[in-house]
Design a protein around this ligand. Structure first.
Ligand SMILES: C[S@@+](CC[C@H](N)C(=O)[O-])C[C@H]1O[C@@H](n2cnc3c(N)ncnc32)[C@H](O)[C@@H]1O
Length: 336
């Protein structure tokens, strides 16, 4: 088995950020090899260990590229040539589209891809996930492998199968639902009877998603919440309680208790967000975090490795930074 190529999938327009991240983190060890919208591959100067981690923040998913294949029938042979025959096929096949719109992938597209998956060779007991990234119908597919035990997404290709409900007061609903799916925290009843603290909650798309999953939400924002969110009752009687104040003006001792999920979606620069999280986490001891970091300028993008390092000292482990389909000039930290 020789792993010498890496691929990553990302939001449309984030390809240059991915390339810059690879160069910043790994210097000239990697040379960009092939690029299509939302897909970048690199060749490594020497074979990579199976536990290599590029440390991307702008990818939705990444893996080791086994090259382009013209048709489904060629996949089995390519897999055994590149991965060896031990264990047979991969533990499972993840088949997903290369191009993902912000609001998600249409159900007809998924139906075609699931049909493709049914035609793939049988799975084995290999400790790898086989990935097939499909572009336009006449375009070769990219065949990839990522470790089954790695820290990658639980959802196929890191893509959530959700659509924004018409009654959500903001698009932020999509961001949190996509993050939950990415992490595999989206099963029904996963959050029933649990508690969440959300910083930067107005007008309330995220709070709405959380309360509908059965979380009691303490929502903090000086701006008003949409009234419909405050009257929503979720499973188990879950409600959203809004404190209409900035987080800095609240006296933590008087109200902060342990919570199951800490969410932050404040439109503040990452250093300010991180300072608030550092102060809060010792009190709320949240085992899971979903935090958006707004990257409004090149300076903030270049400081991402520092932000990751700092968050790693406070956030629950493991820490992943991803850019989800619904994230615009921002990335999502998924921790715990
Ligand atoms: C992107 S919006 C949040 C969207 C929201 N999460 C939703 O689901 O609809 C950013 C919010 O951060 C809030 N914000 C900014 N600074 C804050 C602070 N110091 N404390 C609490 N909220 C803050 C703003 O008032 C704004 O409503």
């Amino acid at each position: 088995m020789e792993l010498s190529f890496v691929y990553a999938v990302c939001r449309k327009g984030s390809e240059p950020f991915l390339k810059a991240e690879m160069a910043q983190r790994h210097g000239d060890r990697f040379v960009p090899a092939f690029m299509r919208p939302q897909l970048v591959t690199w060749k490594a100067s020497a074979p990579l260990p199976g536990d290599f981690c590029p440390g991307f923040s702008f990818a939705r998913n990444w893996g080791f590229s086994l090259g382009l294949v013209p048709e489904l029938g060629a996949i089995g042979k390519r897999w055994s040539e590149r991965m060896g025959d031990a264990g047979g096929g991969p533990a499972r096949w993840d088949v997903y589209p290369r191009q993902v719109p912000d609001e998600g992938v249409a159900s007809e597209v998924w139906a075609d891809l699931m049909q493709m998956r049914d035609q793939l060779p049988v799975v084995g007991d290999n400790p790898w996930i086989g990935e097939v990234i499909a572009g336009a119908p006449d375009e070769p597919m990219l065949l990839g492998a990522r470790p089954l035990a790695g820290l990658g997404p639980v959802s196929l290709g890191g893509i959530a199968r959700v659509t924004l409900p018409p009654d959500s007061p903001s698009r932020a609903w999509l961001k949190v639902e996509q993050a939950l799916a990415w992490a595999g925290w989206d099963q029904e009843a996963f959050w029933l009877g649990k508690t969440a603290l959300e910083l930067g909650s107005a007008p309330g798309g995220i709070s709405l998603a959380l309360v509908r999953r059965g979380l009691q939400v303490e929502a903090i924002d000086p701006a008003p919440m949409h009234p419909s969110v405050l009257v929503e009752t979720g499973p188990g009687g879950a409600k959203v309680h809004h404190r209409q104040q900035p987080i800095g003006s609240l006296n933590r001792e008087s109200w902060v208790r342990p919570v199951d999920l800490l969410v932050s979606d404040m439109n503040l620069a990452p250093p300010a967000v991180i300072r608030y999280l550092e102060r809060l986490q010792p009190c709320v001891r949240a085992p899971r975090w979903i935090v958006t970091l707004k990257l409004n300028d090149a300076m903030m993008v270049s400081r991402l490795p520092d932000f990751r390092e700092r968050l790693g000292r406070t956030a629950p482990a493991p820490l992943r930074v991803v850019q989800l389909a619904a994230n615009r000039q921002e990335v999502t930290v998924i921790a715990g």
